[in-house]
Design a protein around this ligand. Structure first.
Ligand code: HEM
Length: 373
């Protein structure tokens, strides 16, 4: 039985493939920023504890100073995928958002708190004061936001749980229980943080104005973090994949009404291969303490591709789960308004160009951000 609301008042204004493409690209960028925030913050907290190590302190400050900028990208790159997923999956996503309404709304003040704490954390580091506890509160709140997002993204796939939740509370004060996919999926995102932060350090080692000795420290540390946390990331990915329902696993292997979902399964293997490559790169860079501009760009490329393949795989998991419960996203009514689509694409490309320019300005300014406080 199809438990999703039947009413679907507005046809999609653009083809499903186009909306999905835009969704995947923007969400992958959101994920890169999210992992930089979660991992970079944790790393800066840990490094700040080594108060007798000048290199650790300098690295902690270098990362912390960039976190408030990263936070702007986390948020701005989050809005487009939210809009695309609401357009494509509104009947599922709006319902689950209402069912956890209190927590969903709480994301807004939580984000403001994280922002403020990030500024306090950096200021305390600059002043040479103990800052770890401020950073830790920010990290816990950001991790809570991540948990709320995973909760919503998994609850939208479980219409069978909705009625009982709504009967228990119409204002969304309860969180769903009994979903074996929730925690592994959340931990996969949390585990990606330090892995991406390690790649970020490789970039900083090759591109920032550290001294030669600091560069070696940053590259050595970054490489080793990538190697170790890459293995943890792989384990978390395996766990998150293994708890998916059988219908989803079969679909990802190519056995579904849409064999194209095999592509999402292949993306999963590509993710795995990329993380393995990253571990090897991390080992070489980490033990060789190699700080080079080209290596920094290799790190950036790996980070983007890892998140891109993860998003494609994750999208397959969502669509196949929804399909097994009667929601076929490819069967949505479409009435394309090509004029609006063209205008949107022009603005979208202009927007991406502007973001790229902003990143380059920030990166050039950030190059001079190192040194003692
Ligand atoms: C501290 C800030 C944030 C963190 C740590 C964070 C983290 C995450 C995580 C972990 C996921 C993956 C959830 C999953 O599927 O398992 C996610 C997805 C998502 N996030 Fe964020 N996020 C943050 C801010 C935001 C904001 C402000 C928005 C909205 C404006 C947002 C929109 C989204 C959307 C729409 C998705 C999923 C899209 C989809 O599957 O279609 N995020 N985020």
């Amino acid at each position: 039985m199809n438990l999703y609301p039947a009413v679907d008042p507005i046809p999609l204004p653009a083809p499903v493939w186009l909306l999905k493409l835009l969704h995947v690209v923007t969400l992958a960028l959101h994920f890169v920023a999210v992992e930089m925030l979660l991992g970079g913050l944790l790393l800066a907290i840990l490094l700040s504890l080594f108060r007798n190590s000048p290199n650790a302190r300098t690295t902690a400050r270098a990362v912390a100073r960039r976190l408030t900028i990263v936070m702007t990208y986390v948020i701005n790159l989050a809005v487009p995928p939210l809009l695309f997923s609401q357009v494509l999956y509104g009947r599922a996503l709006y319902t689950s958002s209402v069912l956890i309404g209190l927590y969903w709304i709480a994301i807004v003040p939580a984000l403001m708190l994280v922002y403020w704490l990030l500024y306090r954390f950096t200021a305390r580091l600059e002043a040479g004061k103990s800052a770890w506890w401020v950073g830790l509160i920010a990290w816990l709140v950001a991790g809570g936001v991540a948990r709320t997002l995973t909760t919503n993204m998994t609850l939208m796939l479980r219409p069978e749980a909705w009625r009982a939740m709504y009967s228990a509370s119409a204002i969304g004060v309860f969180l769903p229980t009994g979903d074996p996919t929730l925690t592994p999926r959340w931990l996969l995102m949390m585990a990606g943080g330090l892995f991406i932060a390690g790649l970020w350090l490789l970039y900083l080692a090759g591109r920032s104005t550290f001294t030669a000795e600091e560069k070696k420290f940053v590259a050595g540390l970054g490489g080793k973090i990538v190697a170790v946390c890459g293995l943890i990331y792989l384990a978390a990915g395996w766990w998150a994949a293994s708890v998916q329902p059988e219908a989803v696993k079969a679909g990802l292997a190519g056995n579904s009404p849409y064999p194209a979902y095999k592509f999402a399964g292949v993306a999963g293997y590509a993710w795995l291969a990329l993380v393995v490559v990253a571990v090897l790169v991390g080992l070489i860079a980490g033990f060789g303490k190699i700080a080079a501009g080209w290596l920094g760009w290799v790190g950036v490329l790996i980070a983007v591709l890892v998140e891109l393949t993860l998003v494609v795989y994750r999208d397959g998991v969502r669509d196949l789960t929804l399909l097994s419960k009667g929601y076929d996203v490819w069967a949505r009514a479409v009435t394309t308004n090509w004029g609006v689509v063209a205008l949107f694409l022009v603005l979208f490309v202009a927007g991406l160009g502007t973001i790229g320019w902003l990143v380059s300005v920030a990166a050039r300014a950030a190059k001079t951000m190192e040194g003692a406080a």
